[in-house]
Design a protein around this ligand. Structure first.
Ligand code: CMC
Length: 392
């Protein structure tokens, strides 16, 4: 194994070539298919950006209408699948429910799983985009004991998700246009981020020629971890803990710096960005807008802004180039919209879905793709002789 290079955490190793997303971490730049994120956020819809990521170009109005219609046609879950949600404990975290349900899609569409059949892959693409919001809202409805609502295909993508999540059959649901607009924009900001942990997982699983549902389900599980998508939940829990202990931001930052029991400032730091995460800048503005219009502004926003201020002027964070990342302010917005903390990472998954799909498709279509199979540096026992159990 002399020729093997050790690169724990793949800090320097590229696993593929990709045309989808460009990041310059030192400059704080993020582009989808060449378009800077700040030019897209707030100007394109989530389905439009999904189209861009998956097919490589921004759609014409006609292409977008056609794509949206196809997605709309697949929002229903198979009726049998509604029962699926009964099997989980009431207090189940919705992320493993989501990954299980996405995995189970392979059992309902057994004839459409050939990774090399472009039409089948495109159908699976549309099915995933259409059904994941339905699944996500069902996981939530189960946890609060409310009936599952069927999708309403007269509504837009995000509006439909909001209605299935917060609506009840007894009362017409009024979508708040500000909530719908901001949530759509947050999905756009999450839509792809090149070879992050969950996307690399999707590609790695797919490199064995596992189908798209199986690969995306693995991505959902990778996203669940607190160092990745789970960070948005952890940030809110951190802010609540600081609030409960008397709002002492400085004391908390001291604990982080002293590395007391491994505490980190959640929502800070990034493997690639050594500058302000361009998504975080946009999210921060949205947080101020959404929380600013509330009658009783959430005291956690003030704690977050003070935390950021203290951290950005502190030598520990400055020297390590730790800046707020996308997860730092999103949780506050989700909370203001009425989502429980447990749903935050599910919202990340909804946003990241087109990126996973686009990356999986690029991987499958790339003639240079090989099965992902990292090497290792063995540091265990040298050869030794077997000892029978009675002599040990
Ligand atoms: N709080 C305190 N110290 C930190 C933090 C933090 N949030 N992040 C990194 N550091 C320190 C780290 O201890 C190390 O210090 P030293 O060199 O003295 O040992 C130094 O900064 C470099 O960090 P690293 O752990 O080598 O960096 P990494 O690239 O391996 O990890 C990270 C990146 C995002 C996992 C990490 O910054 C982290 O754990 N942040 C908190 C969790 C979080 O917010 N995750 C969301 C990431 S962005 C979107 C997403 O993927 O979901």
């Amino acid at each position: 194994t002399d020729h093997v290079t050790l690169d724990v955490g793949f800090v320097n190793t590229a696993s593929c070539k990709s045309e989808i997303t460009f990041i310059d971490g030192d400059a704080g730049i993020l582009r989808y298919r060449g378009y800077p994120i700040d030019q897209l956020a707030g100007k394109v819809s989530f389905l439009e950006v999904s189209y861009l990521l998956i097919y490589g170009e921004l759609p014409t109005q006609q292409q977008l209408d056609h794509f949206s219609d196809r997605v709309r046609n697949h929002t229903l879950l198979h009726e049998e699948m509604r029962r699926f949600f009964d099997g989980f404990p009431r207090d189940a975290h919705p992320m493993p429910v989501l990954s299980s349900a996405v995995s189970a899609l392979s059992t309902f569409y057994q004839d459409n799983l050939n990774p090399f059949d472009k039409e089948q892959v495109d159908l699976s693409t549309v099915r995933l985009l259409a059904k994941v919001p339905t699944i996500a809202s069902y996981a939530y409805k189960k946890s609060i004991g409310q009936p599952l609502l069927y999708p309403d295909n007269s509504l837009g993508y995000v509006e439909n998700f909001l209605r299935m999540t917060f609506g009840v059959p007894t009362t017409p649901y009024e979508v708040d246009p500000v909530v719908a607009r901001v949530l759509d924009m947050l999905f756009v900001l999450h839509a792809d981020h090149e070879q992050n942990c969950s996307t690399s997982t999707v590609r790695l699983v797919g490199s064995s020629q596992a189908n798209l549902f199986a690969s995306v389900s693995a991505g959902v599980n990778a996203l669940f971890g607190p160092l990745h998508g789970g960070a948005n939940q952890s940030v809110l829990e951190m802010l609540e803990a600081i609030h409960a202990s008397g709002d002492d931001v400085d004391a908390f930052v001291r604990k982080v710096k002293n590395r007391e029991s491994g505490i980190k400032l959640m929502g800070f730091g990034h493997r690639v960005y050594k500058n302000y995460d361009p998504r975080a800048a946009i999210v921060k503005k949205a947080a101020q807008e959404v929380l600013g219009r509330m009658a009783n502004p959430d005291p956690l926003l003030d704690i977050a802004m003070r935390l950021e201020e203290v951290a950005l002027s502190d030598e520990y964070f400055v020297s390590r180039k730790l800046y707020p990342n996308v997860d730092f302010y999103t949780g506050l917005i989700y909370k203001a919209m009425g989502f429980p903390t447990k749903m935050f990472t599910v919202l990340f998954a909804l946003g990241r879905l087109p990126g996973w799909i686009a990356q999986w498709r690029e991987m499958i279509e790339d003639p240079d793709t090989k099965i992902g199979r990292p090497r290792q540096v063995y540091v265990g026992q040298p050869e030794r002789s077997f000892v029978p159990i009675e002599q040990r």
